[in-house]
Design a protein around this ligand. Structure first.
Ligand SMILES: [Zn+2]
Length: 357
């Protein structure tokens, strides 16, 4: 059997290679590619879903056929609920299918509400964040200068990792979605990004005791999109860059939309702080939920292959080798309304991109 060259694939050849990977099961495409100097530049080629999206049959098989390496499950609110799902029969079936198809599994979590359980507020409000008015508040994140609060977060991150254990060693424990961080007198000199990184550093230290290869994401997104200025990432922290406020009707780098420009400029600002070789992009090219304004029924994803191609140049030429996209709402209902999502085109472009282009 000839070894596949993954850098110069016609579509037909690509599908043959993907089928070859499937036929080999766990020793499939990734292993075949790994024997070659011409392995795809992008090492992580992923889609991020919620358990609800698994109503679409065969997501792992679809991902493998598209040449992807990774499926991640997203908990928009409650990592504990996602952990319950992973222990259930459908969750175990999903993990078994990912193993069969040689796919890595990761968990991408807005986590602080669960890592510091909100029921602690009544007896220990100082563990919780202070708002702009000087009040301790129950909702969202925590006070990063509370030693007991940080200890509980670290302990619960380790406990949750018993169930939500990524096959890659890459952990994603984010701040609560869109939520400000602490404004108490001690925290006030630290930006939201600094505070989020302080927590990621602490979680990394705790996880390393149970998983020696653990890496932890620092999410640059919305209020944490500007890079941290005062806190430094420990070795093992990687940048995860998620430009949720950009537009998708033109290549990222060429957009004349002011907000898109700002998001783009903060990519390089973050790459000046974090190691670019471990950095990961969390994009929205396939995110039906974003294009539907997070309300069902889902609209058809306005996928533009030329935008993806240009965006891969933007990321790849900067040395970023880990690329994922949300694919939330790409479920059975989506396919019955709109037909197949553009997963093949997405995976094909990710597989064949090379720095020389
Ligand atoms: Zn504080």
């Amino acid at each position: 059997m000839s070894k596949p060259d993954l850098t110069h694939l016609t579509r037909r050849r690509f599908l043959q290679v993907a089928a070859y990977g499937l036929a080999l099961g766990n020793a499939g495409l990734a292993a075949a590619a790994g024997r070659r100097a011409t392995a795809p530049f992008f090492r992580t080629r992923g889609v991020v879903l919620t358990p609800d999206d698994l109503t679409l049959p065969g997501w792992p098989k679809r991902a493998r056929m598209a040449g992807l390496t990774t499926l991640a499950l997203h908990a928009p609110h409650s990592p504990r609920r996602l952990a319950d799902y992973m222990r259930s029969a459908p969750g175990r079936k999903f993990l078994a299918a990912c193993r069969r198809h040689g796919l890595a599994v990761e968990y991408e979590l807005h986590a602080m509400q669960d890592l510091l359980p909100r029921e602690y507020f009544d007896r220990a409000p100082k563990m919780f964040r202070m708002d702009e008015k000087g009040q301790r508040v129950r909702d969202g994140n925590l006070c990063v200068h509370s030693a007991p609060g940080m200890q509980i977060v670290a302990d619960n991150a380790v406990a949750l990792a018993q169930t939500l254990r990524p096959t890659t060693g890459r952990y994603f424990y984010w701040g609560d979605d869109g939520c400000a961080w602490c404004r108490c007198p001690q925290c006030n000199g630290l930006s939201d990004s600094d505070q989020a990184l302080l927590v990621a550093n602490r979680i990394l230290e705790a996880l390393r005791k149970v998983d020696a290869r653990a890496q932890v994401a620092h999410l640059a997104y919305h209020n944490t999109l500007p890079p941290p200025r005062k806190v430094k990432p420990e070795a093992g922290i990687f940048l995860e860059y998620a430009p949720i406020h950009r537009r998708y009707d033109a290549p990222f780098e060429q957009s004349d939309d002011a907000q898109t420009r700002r998001e783009f400029e903060l990519l390089d600002a973050n790459l000046a702080v974090f190691d670019r070789t471990t950095a990961q992009v969390l994009e929205y090219w396939l995110d039906a939920s974003l294009f539907s304004k997070w309300k069902k029924p889902a609209v058809k994803v306005p996928f533009l292959p030329q935008v993806l191609a240009a965006d891969l140049n933007t990321y790849g030429r900067r040395g970023i080798r880990h690329v994922t996209s949300f694919g939330v709402y790409l479920d059975a209902e989506y396919v019955s309304r709109h037909g197949e999502p553009p997963l093949q085109e997405y995976g094909e472009q990710l597989c064949r991109w090379t720095p020389g282009k």
